[in-house]
Write a protein that binds this ligand. Structure first.
Ligand code: GTP
Ligand code: MG
Length: 203
């Protein structure tokens, strides 16, 4: 079993270390699905049952209202990966996944990778979204799928690592010599977004 004995890797530690690539990843989904908790579990190995709603973009505010459009597009721009999250004990958050997916497709880079995450899988007694429904929706949308729990530390690290893996796969695909940007009919190449910069030249 994983325990909390490992030293927490805070974002500050990560920033202090050498790294090969830096990716912009976004967590999106309805309020209270556990985005902040998920990030804290990953970055700090901590969890708090208190709910402090993040002040920021709320889908219902941004979807139809022109005055928020600039904020929305700026927020999504340049993101290479998304964790689109719902709460397995909250039907409304699952229903909203389709709208969030539309947001991603409308505002993000075409090659952005997405993982659908059914969070709070520790709440089995309160489950209203069968895992199979999550998997099917992910298949329909072309996303990968995980159920996870920020509270019980289930699949948190795995989800982040998988997202980075599929972004790297996509990068390698785009950088293959045979694929010339813009000519392969696959949409924009990597150069359309600020590319991840190697921290040092490996040549
Ligand atoms: P906004 O900032 O409003 O968009 O919400 P959020 O998606 O960031 O949700 P947040 O991480 O603040 O979590 C909302 C509530 O759900 C908090 O009370 C958390 O403690 C709880 N929560 C988060 N993840 C889990 C989980 O995996 N299991 C359980 N049981 N509760 C969780
Ligand atoms: Mg939050």
């Amino acid at each position: 079993m994983a325990s909390a004995s490992e030293p927490p890797a805070s974002p500050r530690d990560a920033a202090d270390q050498n790294f090969d690539y830096m990716f912009k990843l976004l967590l999106i989904g309805n309020s209270s699905v556990g985005k902040t908790s998920f990030l804290f579990r990953y970055a700090d190995d901590s969890f708090t049952p208190a709910f402090v709603s993040t002040v920021g973009i709320d889908f219902k505010d941004t979807a139809g209202q022109e005055r928020y459009r600039t904020i929305t597009t700026a927020y999504y721009r340049g993101a290479m990966g998304f964790l689109l999250m719902y709460d397995i004990a909250n039907q409304e958050s699952f229903t909203a996944v389709q709208d969030w997916a539309t947001q991603i497709k409308t505002y993000s880079w075409d090659n952005a990778q997405v993982i659908l995450v059914g969070n709070k899988c520790d709440l089995e007694d309160e489950r209203v979204v069968p895992a199979e429904d999550g998997r099917k929706l992910a298949d329909d949308l072309g996303f990968e799928f995980f159920e996870a729990s920020a509270k019980e530390n289930i699949n948190v690290k795995q989800v982040f690592e998988r997202l980075v893996d599929i972004i790297c796969d996509k990068m390698n695909e785009s950088l293959e010599p045979s694929s010339s940007p813009g000519s392969n009919g696959k949409g924009p190449a990597l150069g359309d977004t600020p590319p991840p910069q190697p921290s040092s030249c490996g040549c």
